[in-house]
Each structure stands twice: as C-alpha cells, then as structure tokens.
Design a binder for this molecule. Sequence first.
Ligand SMILES: [Zn+2]
Length: 246
Amino acid sequence: MTLPSKRKADLRRRLTAGADEHRKCAIIGCPCPTTASRGSGLNRLYCRRHEEHHERHGSYLKSSYSAAQLAPYRAAALRTLREYQKDTRVHRARLGIETLYAAAGMPVDAFRLRGLSPEERARAAWARLRQDKVDPLVPLSEWLALSAVIRDDSQPDHRNEFRLVQAGKLIHRLAGGSHRRWERERPGGAVEVIELHRYPASRGRVLRHLGERLDRAAETLEPLLSDLRAAEAPPRQSARKSSQPL
Ligand SMILES: [Zn+2]
C-alpha cells in the first residue's frame, strides 16, 4: 500500500470507527460525546466544547489569566527589566524581540487578515507592535509576568502548551486591532459617525507561533524570575488597550 492511500485508509478507519463508539469526552463529569463519535471531527478524546476551550486557552480546563491577575506582576516585571537593562541577559532578550520586529515585514491591517496562514498572522502582530513603537521590553515584561503568575498559581497548568498559548495571547492583545472611522451625511443633513473595530481572533495556531517566538527570545530572562514578586498595589488601569477581551 502506498503511503498516501494508507493515510487515506487510516483516516477513513478513524472516522468510521469513531462513529460507532459513542465515546464520552475525557474530561471528568462532561456528558458530551467526543467529536469523533458524533462524526463531526477526529477528536476521539474530547467533545467540541472542550476542544474549542483548548483552541482558545491552550488547556482543556484552565481558562486564560485575566488582565487583573497579570497587572501587578506586569508592573514589577517592567520595572525589573528597566533596572537590568544593561545586563547581558536582558540585552540579548531585547535583541531577540528587535529581530522579530525587523523580520515581521509590512504590518497587515486586521481587516485584511482573512486567508493568511497562522504564521503570517503572527508576523503581522509583531509588525503592528513595531509600527506602534512598542518598547521591546514590554513584550518581554509580559513573558516575565506570565511566568510569575503561573509560578504563584495554586492550581497551575504546567504544560508547555498552556504557557505558550497564554504568552501568545498576551502578544496578540498587545498588538491590538485595527480601527476605522468615517462620517456620513444623513438625508436630513445630520452627520453620522461610523466606526469599525476589528480585533484578530485570539485562538488557534497563531497564538502558538507568537508564544514560541516570545519564549525563544525571553529564555535568557529565566534567572530574573526568582526575585520577581507582584507589586503590592496593582494599578487600576495599567493594561494597554485593556478594553480588548483576552
Ligand atoms: Zn467535554
């Protein structure tokens, strides 16, 4: 049997075997059938709802950290990085982000992301940060803050997948969206203001791409983590573009 036809046969077997099994989702207490047993997908372990949760948060059960959970660590992380700016480890991490900025190509308007691959959408996010002149220490401070939140979480998800997706979400959020605003005259003479806001969907492989790149750039910062504690009084509005959902 040639490889492509073997692959096709495997796929057919997986689809039809799944349809006969009536398997329940692997999450304890979830009564839903797996997507394979419903014939609506290939996942033989999880239902649609848990599969989508994983796409969005990088974990089948744990949800993304909120801006409020991250804020006190964020402020402390940025302060630490600015304090250690001349340190070789911080300098190297900064160069890593500058390289990502430089290699990102032209920024792509969030209205025009449809049809691009996850990798191209990830590059577009780095390009938007460069265009907005976001200090490279800011994405690095997001990485440090996230690492500290996971360390101090009493019920953490320590899998790499969760960490990378969470890191990707922070970059995604930092890169923001695109906004359009124009005026239109109504028949009676009144002027109507029309606004359109588009935020790229924060889910799927684009987050893993962003998270992996950030992780690689920030790996030299690991030793700074041991001294990083949450700031005592979290600022009320420290998150940039905080109205955007995570
Ligand atoms: Zn489920």
